[in-house]
Every structure is written in structure tokens, then in C-alpha cells.
Design a protein around this ligand. Structure first.
Ligand code: RIB
Ligand code: CA
Length: 315
């Protein structure tokens, strides 16, 4: 039985790979996309989501535009990481489709409430839409099937400040609302995603297939690889979001611990920092399942196989 998912996303180069992986995975049905500010403006990431769906001949999937700004913090986009367009060097034709009228947070609420216990929410950008949905309709907490969150750094260093990962740093207050909401969360932090590096030889394998899909992946990830080399001296690029998506149907890629996790919303150097109470000092029950071990090549092989399949049917 395939899982029905909502993808809340800020495409974004690795987000675009997560959308493509969702479309290439018969284990899931992508019921809709809600877009969120982050890697680029909400206008830009919404256009990008529509363009990526068109690229993969999936125009039937509805896209709902979400929040423009974090709950409290000022906007923090990441052109240095994803390019001004949000898709690196990739150039996609303007999409014909338009976003739906409904707000992304309202789509999250209405879809979960009309399918109690059946919808998996996959959040791979700042958590503003999800936090707003929780505050507007608290009952989604017990009606959502599960929530997969890409974000945070538990034992690992930050990628946006020395302590904080991008999604939780951009909107730490939203992350705080979501982390303490009571929703069944599976967290995919940098601790595991930084072991999943998309290498030049992985890209060369995909380029053996002549397809608009492989050309897009090459043009988008070339920019992303240049960023990782210049800023983090990494050979390749960290594809956080497709890895998070893969855990919805292949959880064995990772090893998990049930932990009490919090996020720093104070105004000091730790803003957005996520930390786990490994020794249970706070005597609080775990609020999420955290991926802390990973089998990187199990994920990468899955990703490459699915991209090859998608490229062949879109050649
Ligand atoms: O820190 C990595 C995360 O922030 C990824 O989801 C990336 O797309 C950005 O949103
Ligand atoms: Ca993202």
C-alpha cells in the first residue's frame, strides 16, 4: 500500500532532487506540495516546484504557496548555496501551471484532517508552514500519520552558524513549535546527511542517460558542488532532502534513537541550535525519533537507480 505524502519544501537544489525521487518512488503517492521561504523566496521556490513537476511530466500534482517569512526572524535566503534562481545553473522553462489558491498551511491542515491517520508530512525546509498549521488546527497533531523533518544538527556542527543547521536557524521559533507539538516526528539531521555525499562519479553515472532529467541534475548539482567545495571543502554535494524523503519508505537506511530534542530560541550565539538530552537530565519523554546512524551507499544506490529509471522514461 503506497504512503500518501505532503511535501513541504523550499526548492532549492536538494529539494528538487527530493521531488524527483518522490515521483520515481512507487512506494509513495505525492498528494501535494506546499512551498516555503528558504533557499529562495516563496515566489521563486513556488515557480521552481511547478517547473520541476513539468520537467517530470507531473503537472497533475497541486502546488500550494506557503509563508513568505519566518515567524519572528527576518528572512534569510541562501543564494550562495542554491543560486539566485534556487536551482543553481539549471534553466527550466516557465511552468504553465499555477499554484492553487489555498495557502500551503491550510492545505496541510485540510488534507490531514480529511484523511485522519493516513498522511505522512515530509518537511524539508524551514518549518514555518508546519508551525502555522499546528497553531491554526492543533488536531493535526493526532491526525497526521507521521512527520519526517530534515533539519537540525545533534552531535554535528552547524552548516549555517557553527551551531545551527539552515532550516532550524532560518525559523527557530517554528522549529520550537513543531518539536514540542506532540506530532510523531522522525528527524533527519546533518549528523546523517553529511555522510550522504553525491559525488562527481555518481553524476557521471546518471549522465550516461541522455535525458532532460539528467541534464537538470547536472546543471543544478554543478553549482551545489562548487558551493560545497568553496565553503566546506567537500568533494561533491550533500543531498539532505532526498535522503529524508527516502526514509519514508526505506527506514533501514538509518539507525535511530528516541530522544528528547530541543531547539535554542534564545537570542545568543546558539540561536537555532538543536540538542538532544542523551542522559535524560530533564526527565522528559522523547519527543522524536532521531536518525543518528546511516548506511550512505544504501541510500545513494537507491537514489541513483530511481533517477536512472525516471530519466529513461523522460528521455
Ligand atoms: O541544511 C540543509 C537544509 O536547508 C536542506 O533542506 C536545504 O535544502 C536547506 O533547505
Ligand atoms: Ca530544503
Amino acid at each position: 500500500m503506497p504512503k500518501h505524502i505532503i511535501l513541504d519544501t523550499d526548492p532549492g537544489i536538494d529539494d528538487s532532487l527530493a521531488i524527483l525521487l518522490a515521483l520515481a518512488s512507487p512506494e509513495i503517492v505525492l498528494d501535494g506540495i506546499s512551498t516555503i521561504h528558504g533557499n529562495a523566496s516563496t515566489t521563486q521556490v513556488t515557480t521552481n516546484a511547478l517547473s520541476i513537476l513539468k520537467l517530470a511530466h507531473a503537472n497533475q500534482i497541486p502546488v500550494y504557496r506557503g509563508c513568505e517569512l519566518p515567524l519572528v526572524q527576518p528572512s534569510l535566503l541562501s543564494p550562495e548555496t542554491h543560486g539566485n534562481s534556487g536551482l543553481g545553473y539549471a534553466k527550466l522553462p516557465e511552468p504553465a501551471a499555477r499554484p492553487q489558491v489555498k495557502h500551503g498551511s491550510d492545505f496541510i491542515i485540510e488534507h490531514i484532517m480529511s484523511h485522519p491517520g493516513e498522511i505522512s508530512l515530509v518537511a524539508i525546509g524551514p518549518l514555518t508552514n508546519v508551525a502555522l498549521a499546528v497553531r491554526k488546527e492543533p488536531r493535526i497533531v493526532e491526525n497526521v500519520k507521521e512527520v519526517f523533518v530534515m533539519g537540525g544538527a545533534i552531535k554535528y556542527q552547524g552548516n549555517t552558524t557553527p551551531l545551527a543547521e539552515y532550516n532550524t536557524y532560518v525559523d527557530p521559533h517554528a522549529a520550537h513549535v513543531v518539536f514540542h507539538s506532540g506530532m510523531p516526528i522522525v528527524l533527519t539531521p546533518l549528523d546523517v546527511t553529511y555522510d550522504c555525499i553525491f559525488l562527481k562519479e555518481d553524476l557521471n553515472r546518471l549522465l550516461k542517460i541522455d535525458s532532460p532529467i539528467t541534464k537538470f541534475i547536472a546543471d543544478a548539482t554543478r553549482f551545489y558542488m562548487e558551493f560545497h567545495d568553496e565553503y566546506q571543502k567537500i568533494d561533491g554535494c550533500v543531498i539532505n532532502d532526498p535522503m529524508t524523503l527516502a526514509l519514508t519508505y526505506m527506514p533501514e537506511i538509518c539507525d535511530y534513537q528516541d530522544l528528547y530534542v530541543d531547539v535554542d530560541i534564545s537570542t545568543g550565539v546558539g540561536l537555532g541550535n538543536t540538542f538532544a538530552d542523551f542522559y535524560n537530565y530533564e526527565k522528559k519523554a522523547p519527543n522524536m525519533r532521531v536518525a543518528l546512524g546511516v548506511r550512505p551507499r544504501m541510500f545513494m544506490e537507491l537514489f541513483l537507480e530511481r533517477m536512472e529509471k525516471l530519466a529513461r522514461v523522460n528521455s
